[in-house]
Design a protein around this ligand. Structure first.
Ligand SMILES: C[S@@+](CC[C@H](N)C(=O)[O-])C[C@H]1O[C@@H](n2cnc3c(N)ncnc32)[C@H](O)[C@@H]1O
Length: 305
């Protein structure tokens, strides 16, 4: 829409996933770059990963990983094509189809441990097959860019830090916030992303991802976040604050959000409830849809005075 994109998340992985999409390269530039990598020179330093990959595929993944470490260190703004290749690779690491680098498994944001993967392999009678890493990156690139480039927009501002304090974002400059916090303690963001973090060279143990067991602790985090959002959002700007159903619908997080906004300079407009009908990933692991887990999205809509 030509707006300036501004984003923040405490996990540095978020920048690696978002920044390349805001400055997407041409597919032919990606193809040219991938030709420069010495794929067969990759060194396997962790044989546990052979639970997911064939030795040849893992060597190729390691070659790409080392190449990215050298060319696109995390503390520098990298070349847009390198950044793109890393983003696609991070999202192709594991999955349930031949479109991923791994043998059949969970997606890379819910990666299982090598030990669990060995059990899955045994149960399914599967051995990791060779995959063509370069070809899969190109194929995914073509499909992601099939709609053409994004509309021109002012340069993005992506920050890594606590939502409760975002000093790099100027006061009153934001028109719309779309955000979603961890839902109490139900998702293990650090553990579930261990494989992506390995590939990217991120030490997740140093990231203070919000993980609240108690409703009171969680509500305080939300209150502190809304207080900061009241600072950055301009007059008549909106906040869409998404939460999900947890503890089998016994805890209504949207009520906690609604109450946390009490006394802040927002009009609380309404809560939008979105009943899911689509098939969840968990469904292929035997979790019935609309039974366990998060089955509805609840979005609290606020407007700044
Ligand atoms: C429900 S996910 C939403 C992710 C993403 N915004 C999206 O819509 O797909 C919650 C996110 O909150 C991030 N997070 C956890 N604690 C945080 C904090 N204190 N400040 C900012 N982000 C945090 C996690 O890293 C995770 O990416």
């Amino acid at each position: 829409m030509g707006r300036q994109p501004i984003g923040n998340d405490i996990n540095p992985l978020s920048v690696l996933l978002t920044r390349p999409r805001l400055a997407a390269p041409a597919p032919r530039d990606v193809a040219r770059k991938l030709e420069q990598i010495s794929w067969d020179a990759g060194q396997i330093d962790d044989t546990e990963l052979l639970a997911f990959y064939s030795p040849r595929t893992l060597r190729h993944i390691c070659a790409l990983r080392t190449w990215l470490f050298e060319r696109a260190p995390l503390d520098e703004t990298p070349d847009a094509v390198d950044d793109w290749i890393r983003m696609v690779a991070i999202n192709r690491l594991t999955g349930h189809s031949p479109g991923f680098f791994s043998v059949y498994t969970l997606p890379p944001n819910q990666a299982v441990s090598p030990q669990s993967q060995r059990k899955i392999n045994e149960r399914r009678g599967q051995t990791p097959p060779d995959r063509d890493v370069k070809k899969l990156i190109l194929k995914k690139t073509a499909s992601l860019l099939s709609d053409g480039p994004m509309a021109p927009h002012p340069p993005s501002l992506l920050t890594t830090g606590e939502a409760q304090s975002t000093p790099k974002i100027d006061s009153g400059t934001v028109r719309l916030v779309v955000t979603s916090p961890p839902f109490l303690d139900i998702v293990q963001y650090a553990e579930d992303n261990w494989l992506r973090s390995w590939f990217a060279g991120i030490d997740v143990t140093t990231v203070a991802i919000a993980h609240h067991r108690t409703e009171a602790g969680w509500q305080k985090m939300v209150r502190d976040t809304l207080t900061e959002l009241a600072r950055v959002v301009g007059s008549r700007g909106h906040v869409a604050f998404e939460v999900g159903e947890v503890r089998n619908g016994k805890v209504l997080l949207e009520r906690l959000v609604w109450d946390a906004a009490e006394g802040l300079p927002f009009d609380r407009l309404f809560v939008m409830v979105n009943q899911q009908e689509f098939t969840k990933t968990a469904n292929c692991w035997g979790v019935k849809n609309n039974a366990k887990g998060t089955n509805t999205n609840r979005i609290v809509i606020l407007r700044r005075h």
